[in-house]
Design a protein around this ligand. Structure first.
Ligand SMILES: [Zn+2]
Length: 358
């Protein structure tokens, strides 16, 4: 099997999963390592190939200098799969509100789903007939060398006997050195569509859950089924949001400001590019600093809102003044958030900048 016909090679080793790609138009092979198959699947579902799949460092190795890695042709190659159909399957199997569906384990739901719709899962792949535990042997020079030296040291005329003798010696080394040979399998795919269907099937058959983060809406496959958020950062922000005194508008604005600045902060860090300050052209500012100042000021506004809320909404029979005070605090806070939102979105990436030499 080679990359000319099958540009995607997937290697599963216990929980770990490596993806090797030889993308059209690019010479070097890009490798990404994931903690689990579910983590790799999430990258596709969220369609964040950059930077979740290919880092900036890897793009640099490809010899491409760009401030917009997510506009490179490889990005659209990766994104060439049927989003709508895949999302429908995920909705049917994982995001249903039907108790009868949710009572079953994912693998059972999948089996039943297959009884009615199977076309999408007829994906093509080639499984490597054997695998060789490179990572284990490469990780330990001594053992790796001992293994490869076996053929020099064991000389038996007959080929089959030679192999048997080497196998026996290999087992002896593994036992003596306490080497654990992990279960490993390798699969080759032609199209991203086949790859994503394979990943999806793997996740379902292993009874893993696919969830949508209740804060940012990204897909994720948690280690434990009770998780609601894709990351610690999202869980923390949600905790803040829970104290919004039921003002949905404020909640949404807050959410947008934070995710806008957080994304820009990450992007700036990745690209090492400055952001322009709209009020002082030529000067630049870190989105992280804007976020920090926002949090500090927000705490004060939130405090005012909470005080008004507690006296108005929690009282058994709030007075008109109390209701009016809450409405005023609410309006003041939402107005302030609106201004913050406009400022956050006005921060722009410096498009003329280029990578600093390493
Ligand atoms: Zn999230």
């Amino acid at each position: 099997m080679d990359f000319s016909t099958h540009p995607f090679s997937l290697c599963i080793e216990e929980e770990r999963c490596d993806l090797v790609m030889q993308l059209f138009g690019f010479d070097p092979v890009v490798v990404s390592k994931f903690e689990s198959v579910g983590d790799l699947l999430s990258v596709f579902l969220n369609r964040r190939y950059y930077p979740d799949l290919v880092s900036l460092e890897q793009i640099r190795k490809l010899g491409t200098r760009t401030a917009f890695p997510d506009k490179l042709p490889w990005h659209s190659v990766m994104d060439y799969w049927d989003h709508e159909k895949v999302e429908t399957i995920i909705r049917d199997i994982y995001l249903s509100e039907d108790d009868a569906i949710n009572a079953l384990k994912p693998s059972q739901r999948f089996r039943i789903h297959l009884a009615f719709q199977k076309d999408m899962f007829a994906c093509e792949y080639v499984e490597q007939p054997y695998s060789y535990p490179h990572p284990v042997l490469e990780a330990n020079d001594d053992i790796g060398r001992t293994f490869s030296d076996l053929s020099d040291h064991i000389r038996v005329k007959e080929k089959v006997k030679q192999e048997q003798a080497m196998y026996k010696a290999g087992c002896r080394i593994a036992d003596a050195q306490n080497v654990y040979m992990p279960k490993q399998a390798q699969y080759w795919f032609t199209e991203p569509q086949d790859l994503i269907m394979w990943l999806l099937r793997y996740v379902m058959e292993h009874d893993k859950y696919i969830k949508k983060c209740e804060f940012c809406g990204r897909y994720f496959v948690p280690k434990r089924n009770t998780k609601k958020y894709c990351s610690e950062a999202c869980a923390n922000t949600q905790r803040d949001l829970d104290s919004f005194c039921g003002v949905q508008e404020a909640k949404q604005l807050y959410k947008r400001i934070v995710s806008n600045l957080r994304d820009k902060g990450q992007r700036m860090k990745d690209l090492q590019l400055p952001y322009h300050r709209p009020d002082a052209p030529g000067d630049w500012i870190k989105p992280q600093e804007v976020l920090k100042a926002f949090y500090a000021e927000n705490a004060e506004y939130m405090n005012d809102l909470r005080n008004a809320y507690e006296s108005a909404k929690k009282a058994p029979a709030p007075t008109e003044d109390q209701v009016r005070a809450f409405e005023t605090a609410k309006a003041t806070y939402v107005d302030w958030l609106q201004v913050q939102y406009e400022y956050a979105t006005s921060l722009e990436l410096d498009r003329d900048a280029y990578f600093r030499p390493d």
